[in-house]
Write a protein that binds this ligand. Structure first.
Ligand SMILES: CC(C)(COP(=O)(O)OP(=O)(O)OC[C@H]1O[C@@H](n2cnc3c(N)ncnc32)[C@H](O)[C@@H]1OP(=O)(O)O)[C@@H](O)C(=O)NCCC(=O)NCCS
Length: 306
């Protein structure tokens, strides 16, 4: 692993009310967009130069992640920014190193983030465990699977408990998925969820975005995340979305080992991208949260390069 260069003297602390405006302004300059609604609260960390100037900032989400049926405490980092006039002096690196220690002290064992550069975060110990495949399809290709068409509709408030059940079941089959409470589903996610009805409750749900294409070319349905554990139900949901009026294009974001990669009779566009990178902050702590089967016998070895 390359040894990272970083500003070890950077002072890192939560950004209080008096520095929040400066933090937002510097993020605005770094990202080149309006960041006036960003940050706030104890989870925003600022990096301060020796003269007390705030030079960089980040925010973290103190969430947990599923590993099988175990929930591991995590801190998901986002919004990393260094003021353009102070860039290239190791401030962001110093902020990452101090944040690793701070999150570890809080008992957070893993840290996911969505990198601007895998090489740069790689120097600080992040690596890339997830790849996402994007399949671009058209409705007739989905129709030819013969999957049954059911009733699909946007989720309503009463669906939240069922959505949570379906999401948790699929999240527990894939490591490194975020733990989402019923309140988070309601506040943050439900408006993006579509559901496939079953005789009782819901058969399947998904995060879906529907875009109107230009010049009367119809609509593109982007399925960003499928819930539940039944492939047949998931395919039925996708087929039902494909049958909606004016749908001309379908995009599926799926794990790289998804059965969807083999579900269609014809060649389609497929791309594969790195997505989330992860750093284990506390190896024994993370292992302690896992719930191996009582009769499991295994030998775990690892090297910690901190
Ligand atoms: C990315 C950013 C936070 C780095 O801040 P910084 O304080 O200049 O970072 P450091 O001085 O610690 O590290 C600089 C290193 O980052 C690398 N780097 C900066 N931007 C990069 C990019 N877009 N892609 C790849 N590497 C990049 C530099 O080449 C340098 O590499 P080196 O250490 O091998 O010399 C800053 O450039 C920024 O605010 N960018 C705009 C916002 C952004 O994209 N944030 C990241 C969101 S995840």
């Amino acid at each position: 692993m390359d040894q990272p260069k970083y500003n070890a003297d950077l002072q890192v602390r939560p950004v209080g009310d008096q520095d929040l405006g400066a933090a937002r302004n510097l993020a605005g300059r770094a990202f080149g967009e309006d960041c006036q609604e960003w940050f706030g609260g104890d989870t925003t960390l600022g990096g301060f130069d020796t003269d007390g100037t705030i030079v960089c900032v980040l925010d973290y989400d103190p969430a947990s992640m599923w590993w099988g049926t175990a929930q591991i405490p995590a801190g998901a980092i986002g919004g990393v920014a260094t003021d353009p006039k102070h860039q290239g002096r190791g401030h962001a690196g110093g902020l990452m190193v101090k944040t690793i220690h701070l999150l570890r002290e809080q008992g957070r064992c893993v840290c996911p983030l969505w990198p601007f550069s895998f090489a740069w975060y790689g120097k600080f110990g992040w690596s890339c465990p997830t790849t996402v495949a994007t399949l671009k399809l058209w409705p007739d290709l989905v129709r030819r699977t013969g999957a049954p068409v059911g009733t699909v509709r946007p989720a309503e408030p009463d669906d939240v408990a069922e959505i949570e059940r379906l999401y948790n079941a699929s999240a527990q089959q894939r490591n490194a998925q975020s733990v989402r409470s019923a309140a988070q589903w309601e506040k943050r996610w439900r408006s993006q969820v579509w559901v496939l009805e079953a005789d009782e409750g819901l058969a399947c749900s998904a995060l879906v975005r529907i875009r109107q294409l230009e010049r009367g070319q119809g609509k593109r349905v982007v399925v960003r995340e499928l819930h539940g554990t039944s492939f047949a139900e998931q395919l039925s949901l996708v087929r039902s979305l494909a049958e909606m009026e004016q749908v001309t294009a379908i995009e599926l974001n799926v794990p790289p080992d998804s059965l969807f990669l083999h579900a269609f009779s014809e060649q389609f566009d497929i791309s594969s991208e790195h997505e989330l990178a992860l750093r284990v902050l506390d190896v024994p702590g993370a292992l302690r949260h896992l719930q191996p089967a009582d009769d499991l016998q295994a030998c775990v070895s690892f090297e910690v390069a901190d």
